[in-house]
Design a binder for this molecule. Sequence first.
Ligand code: GLA
Length: 732
Amino acid sequence: MNIIFHKESKQFHLSNDKISYILAVTPSGELGNMYFGKKIHDRNDMSYMLVRGGMPVVAVDADTESYAMELNRQEYPSFGTTDFGTQAFEVEQANGSRVTSFVYKSHAIFNGKKGLAGLPATYAAEDEAMTLEVELEDAVAEMTLVLSYTIFKDYAAVARHATFKNKGDSRVNLTRALSCCLDLPDQNYEWMQFSGGWARERIPDVKKLSTGTVAIESRRGASSANQNPFIIIKRPNTDEFSGEAIGLSFVYSGNFIALAEGNNYDRLRLLMGIHPDRFEWPLDRGQTFETPEVVIAMSSSGLNSLSQTYHKLYNNNLVRGKWKNRPRPILNNNWEATFMDFTEESILKIARKAKEAGVELFVLDDGWFGERNDDTAGLGDWVENPAKLPEGIAGLARKIKALGLDFGFWIEPEMVNPNSNLYRRHPDWVLAVPGRKSSLGRHQLVLDFSRQEVVDAIFDMLYKVIKDAPVSYIKWDMNRVLTEVYSLGSSADYQGTVYHRHIMGVYSLYEKLIKAFPDILFESCSSGGNRFDAGMLYYAPQAWCSDNTDAIDRVRIQYGSSYGYPIVSIGSHVSAVPNQQTGRSVSIRTRGNVAYFGTFGYELDLNEISDAEFETVKKQVEFMKANRELIQFGTFYRLRSPFESDQSAWMVVSEDRKKAIAGFYCMRSRVNTLPGFLKLAGLNADLVYTMEGREFYGDELMNSGCPLALFSGPEFSVSEDFASFVTVIEAK
Ligand code: GLA
């Protein structure tokens, strides 16, 4: 890895052994992009890439009379001079002008990476990454802008963000401050987004790019299940194993926009950052605004490789603390078993059976606090309900511990029911516009986390519950979107800061709890996967992937999630049948075979299943204990897409390529067909592997494929709905 500055040409070349990112000070003084892609040789000067003059009806820079931003690739463009594309930022100045021109002033290159104040971000030791900070200046606006670029040694990835500073006496208003812009020289790409809604999260959706704009966004206060803050652009012929692809992943959990815009001169612009709607950030003299981070990754060998870059980078350089790269406990959660209708004894009964199955952690879900007997009351009152838990969380946790299980529980700290003591005491602590009615979601309102005293009060309540109890896990839920976003804690001028300060408040509560209880494993959740993003992974290394626990739907949801997020971050449990969301009945075997590829656990009362199923559960737990390290942290390959076929398959391979585990799923039966073959990936071509008691060369399994007929038997047939198998492939 290296960052070279060519003084004469004022060009910067960031590279590692996989990629090159080349930027330069352009003839008008701003920063422009020369190249981003597979690693290329360094040169002193790449200004032959610049377009100078020659096109009719363009506006050109007055000093050079030949350079038009519109014809060239920009690093962080504004609108108002010679670029007519979508801008990365906008500053409203005291005289009402929004025209800016930030030109090169200085730069710094250093080893490692700085943190972002109060924001989630990738981190890196001095030998893991290098950073370039380019300082730009607008003398008229009296502001500076620092663009930060970190290149990682081992990954085809660059992390970017921007920092604005007001150096003048007049107040300026930032009305748009996206995190990055990546301009590319042609538009022959497809755009891939991950869309859906509650219980159908992160479904890939692909469209062709050309001139004009394609965009996704969230203005719901959370990153959302509707559009995940992660996009890929890929060449039309790119597949899982070959071809170019670029990903943009937003390390942020609030409102966002991601867009691709083709102009009429072949330029393709990618932008990602905080949604500019309802965003306005006043800066007085000396004040700064730092955008969140975007991680740009690149692959020239297909989508699996792009995903592997995100998986490894996020596991090694985003997730922190005790649970970083640590296999996750197998848990039993009581939600789908009891909902809020439980007593200490009924919970202990479920836990005892879980222990018998070999489960390691019991998680008590919603309903343990305040008057929380249904979802109309109690949120905000983080005090145990003695009718359900006579000795509180601490008492139950001790009893669960005595059974030999770890203990965890559910919270939803950002919310309040109007029917709660907290709301009755502090009706002004919610986001609400004075004089207007407040929309409800699941009978609840959103606490105003832009106010420090609100965050502190919730922390104090939770601290009291946790401090005396042996708690090793917390499921942190967030079950409604934000509306009527207005803070009584802010003056009129600062209402445009509230969305962002609210999510910063959420991050600060996480940080306080992590500091107080560093060993706790946090799982984020938002009605399932409504806030499954890279920002959350910095605090909670895993996320409940979806409230849809149907194994067949889960193949799709987990497959879609794997494009941008590590397998170990995907919360996946076996639940009861018929499934609550879909009514579908799938065997315990297939439910387990799907749930293995994630955190793994049970979301049911194991007392309620048959003896034969219970025997299967015991074997599943044993299998996962023996293999979770490989499944959760191995190199993951998507093999067959459930979006293109009625079958799906994926696999993980160990670092030394001596062991692999593959999962195969029949989403629907295929009558009167031959079973066919499944081509595996990532193995060592020359090694002999055993699979199902037979021997194969790695190259056989990868090129001629493994015969699916091998797996046919009483438990699996490709001509059966919802049949599946998981197989271990081991080098001799
Ligand atoms: C959300 C979560 C569920 C469960 C309930 C509890 O819907 O996604 O897993 O925790 O809340 O109310």
